[in-house]
Each structure stands twice: as C-alpha cells, then as structure tokens.
Design a protein around this ligand. Structure first.
Ligand code: GLY
Length: 360
C-alpha cells in the first residue's frame, strides 16, 4: 500500500467592497479600464440590455475595453441550467478565456445566473456585481450565492462564489415600478427583524421616502441592509449556521411563490411568508403577541395583504419539503422571537404549518 498526501491547506482572502452611490456606471467603467482583464463579458437580460446594457457596452468600448454583451429573456423562467449552458456556449464561441471577467448587470436572476456561469466557466473566472434592482442591491448581489432553479424548486443547483466588487448605483432605481421596489423593501424589513430593531423602526418610519427614492435615506437604508447582510456572511459564508437566519420568511415565502406558479411576486410571497412564520412562532409561544403584532403591522403597512385565495394550502406545505432547510425527516424554520432576534433550525410539525396557513 502506498500513501500520498495532497496538501491543500488554504488561506484565501475573498474580501470585497460594496460601493453605494449615485451615477456609478462611469466608476464601474473606470474600474474595469484600470484593471488588466483580457476580455469583459457583460451578462444581462433583455430588459436591462435596453435600459443600461448597450450604453454600458459603448462606455466600455470608448475606453478601448474588449467587451461583449450577452443577454437572455428577462424573468425567473430563464434561471435554468439550459440558459446557463447557452451563455457558456456563447462565451466559448466568442473565445473568452481565463483572463476574462463577467459583469452581472441586472437583478437577482442576472446576478445568480451570471455568477454561476463565472464560477464554473474555465473552472472559475472573476465576476463583478452591478445590481439594478433594489432586491439585488440589498440581498442577492452580496454574499456569493449563485445558482439556477429546477422543476423541484428555486436555487437548488448552484455555488458559493464571491464577486470581486459590487457597485450599487441608486440612480438605476428610477426605472423600477412599486412592485419591484417592494421586493427589495421586504428584504430590508427582514434584515431589521433578524438583527436590528433600530433599523426595523427606521424602515417603518421611512417607507415612503424610500419609495420616493429620496437619495440620502435610500443610500442610508441600503448601506444598513448591506452591513447586516455582510456581517452575517462574514460569520458563516457557506450557510452552515447563522446565515440561515437570512431565510426568515422564505421557507413559506418560496413555497407560496411556487404554489402560485410564480404569479405572486417574490416580495409579496416573502411578505406573506414573514407573516405566516411569525404566526407559527406565536403558536409555538416563541414570540410575545405584542412583538409579533409589530412585524405583522409593518408588513401590512407595506401594502401586503395575507391572501391565499386561489392557492392550494396543501401545495404550499408540500413545497416546503423541497426547501434546502428540509432535512431527511423534517422542515426546519427560522422563527422570530422578538423584533431584532430570530432562532434558526426550529423543526415545525407539518400539521402546525398547515393549520396556521389555513387560518392566515
Ligand atoms: N438570500 C439569502 C442569503 O444570501 O443567504
């Protein structure tokens, strides 16, 4: 018998900066022009291509950067292995090599898909996040989760792969409608519930200013959300423990979204998920009704009504089984115990989930 040890003890520094401001696209162009990437692949969707993609491409070309734009049909339906394969083949045909960089220009679907492409293309090339939705700014562009959906659920295939830098330009939020803004606002409220009561109250008191894109408040809110998310990710990058808290509202939220065949938006579904999971916590006597009221009232203030008409509650319960937090024998929940504090890994019986959903 012979024995050979492959020594791969690693010390890696995957740290990166999140730059938040107004009118940053030209700063991104300067950052790329000053770096020594061989080729730049802007990956975006058909909507963002029209709004910012073409302009961004020509700004890069003006600086003599070798850039090309790749787009796919806008929408969650594109977040698949098939679209990933098409993008990879397009990059290969255009002879993108290991010295290339991917720029994910768009919302969460673009970021997840482009990040996943970057993480496996030629065994991994760097990527930069330029989120164009509020949801992507405060959530998916930070923390390195990449991936695609399958017929069994969302984000079931993917990688942890951190971007080199994130540029958040609040100017692009001008093109977002209220429904899109709500997707991000719900995640920001979630950040308050999981770890920062003051921020929860800040969000409660400033909702209208955020919707009105009041620059100072908006940048402050995005920064505070990024700080909460980054401190969770720093403690647990690969979601072995505390990062699970970011899934508050999502076990039920994703299950509702899927049961509605994605007719309900992510924001509305997660908002309802926050309400249902808070009620589950109340039912288990883990949260005082006064605290639970504060959460439910703020979700209501956002304009989200608890309404599951047309949705089969049994389908919602069944969908929770495909949640990544579902171990072989039970579904684990993240539940609030007060505003600013949650507990993770709470096994909840199917019967309780069903009853709370039915009464919701
Ligand atoms: N969106 C949850 C996370 O990034 O962990």
């Amino acid at each position: 018998m012979g024995k050979v040890k492959v020594n791969l003890l690693k010390k890696v520094d995957n740290s990166y900066e999140i730059i938040i401001g107004k009118g940053l696209l030209s700063q991104v162009v300067k950052y790329i022009a000053d770096s020594n990437y061989g080729r730049v692949a802007i990956i975006t969707d058909t909507n963002v291509k029209k709004l910012y993609g073409k302009k961004f491409l020509s700004m890069l070309k003006d600086k003599k950067v070798l850039a090309e734009l790749f787009s796919f049909n806008a929408g969650e339906a594109s977040k698949t292995r098939e679209v990933k394969e098409k993008l990879e083949d397009a990059l290969t045909r255009s002879r993108f090599k290991r010295d290339s960089v991917v720029i994910a220009l768009g919302g969460g679907v673009v970021g997840d898909l482009a990040g996943f492409v970057a993480s496996t293309y030629m065994r991994g090339i760097p990527f930069i996040q330029v989120p164009t939705t509020l949801l992507a700014m405060v959530d998916s562009s930070i923390g390195g989760k990449t991936g695609v959906d399958t017929r069994y659920g969302k984000n079931l295939i993917g990688t942890f792969y951190q971007p080199k830098i994130v540029f958040i330009d609040v100017e692009v939020l001008k093109s977002l409608d209220r429904k899109e803004m709500l997707n991000g606002v719900v995640e920001m409220v979630k950040h308050g519930i999981i770890s920062d009561k003051k921020y929860f109250l800040f969000m409660r008191d400033n909702i209208d200013r955020i919707y009105n894109l009041e620059e100072k408040i908006l940048i402050e809110a995005i920064k505070r959300s990024c700080q909460i998310k980054k401190s969770v990710v720093e403690r647990d990058e690969k979601e072995s423990n505390v990062r699970k808290m970011l899934n508050l509202g999502h076990t039920i939220g994703h299950a509702i979204e899927k049961a509605s065949e994605y007719k309900l938006s992510h924001g509305i579904s997660v908002g309802m998920g926050l309400v249902v999971e808070t009620k589950i916590a109340e039912r288990l006597k883990m949260i005082h009704p006064v605290e639970s009221r504060k959460i439910i009232d703020l979700i209501k203030k956002l304009g989200i009504k608890m309404n599951l008409s047309g949705i089969n509650v049994r389908d919602v319960v069944k969908n929770t089984f495909y949640d990544k937090k579902h171990t072989a024998r039970k579904t684990n929940y993240v539940l609030p115990v007060e505003v600013g504090k949650v507990v993770i890994d709470v096994p909840v019986k199917e019967k309780i989930v069903f009853e709370v959903l039915q009464a919701a």
